[in-house]
Design a protein. Structure first.
Length: 241
């Protein structure tokens, strides 16, 4: 993609970027990810390999200010099209211990809110596990929606995000060969009503082979992969997943 073509694309701020999976979806939809914030150095290495021209902030989001994000992206307050991200989900996952907001990872949800309020994008898309909807009888969801909906004062004006009713979408309903339910929360400060894409019927449904059958034979696992694999048993015992 040439720099001239990118100049005409709407800019996105990516938080909790991981290896860039969510980013790929938005780029496929015509956006440009201007900056990615990710704490995991291995994920940042992947991002740098795949997107050498993209700004990457390899820090915990707790230590990152909205202005730092904007500076890295070459944007001013209010210029970003979207802030996107999937804050750590282990605290709410049905496969974990479900400590929720009692877990520091669960509280990172509100760091997403903070960056939205400090950068004032036109809109945001937040992704998380289905378990967030019913943790502590919905308390986390209620607090999150309340915080996202609070007015933001900037440059003499008051902005407020219109939040569409959160929905749980299943990737298999959109042509992905995986049953993967995820909570999606969308908001914008343009006063627009967002309509979630309707589920589709795919017959026959795509298989894993359809998705990755043409990949080359895998190489021997890296030292990092082997080291991570050795932690799985302890992680399941400690966190439940």
């Amino acid at each position: 993609m040439s720099q001239i073509e990118n100049q005409h694309k709407e800019k996105v701020i990516s938080l909790f970027s991981g290896a860039g999976g969510l980013d790929i979806g938005f780029e496929s939809a015509g956006f440009q990810v201007a900056v990615a914030v990710e704490v995991d150095p291995s994920c940042c290495d992947t991002l740098r390999t795949n997107k050498p021209d993209m700004a990457i902030i390899n820090k915990s989001i707790v230590d990152v200010t909205g202005q730092e994000v904007l500076d890295a992206a070459g944007l001013k307050v209010g210029e970003a099209a979207l802030v996107i991200g999937g804050p750590p989900c282990q605290s709410f996952s049905l496969a974990g211990l479900r400590k929720g907001l009692d877990d520091e990872r669960g509280r990172l949800l509100f760091e997403f809110v903070r960056i939205v309020r400090e950068t004032l994008p036109k809109g945001f898309v937040l992704e998380n596990v289905k378990g967030l909807t019913n943790w502590d009888h919905g308390r986390a969801m209620q607090l999150l929606i309340e915080e996202l909906g609070k007015p933001v004062e900037y440059d003499g004006l008051v902005h407020r995000y219109t939040i569409s009713t959160p929905q749980v979408l299943n990737a298999v309903d959109y042509g992905v060969p995986q049953n993967r339910e995820r909570l999606i929360i969308v908001g914008n400060r343009m006063g627009k009503h967002f309509l979630y894409p309707a589920p589709q019927v795919f017959e026959p449904k795509k298989t894993v082979w359809d998705a990755i059958g043409n990949l080359p034979e895998p190489e021997k696992p890296s030292e990092t992969a082997q080291r991570v694999a050795e932690t799985i048993k302890e992680r399941r015992e400690k966190y439940g997943y």
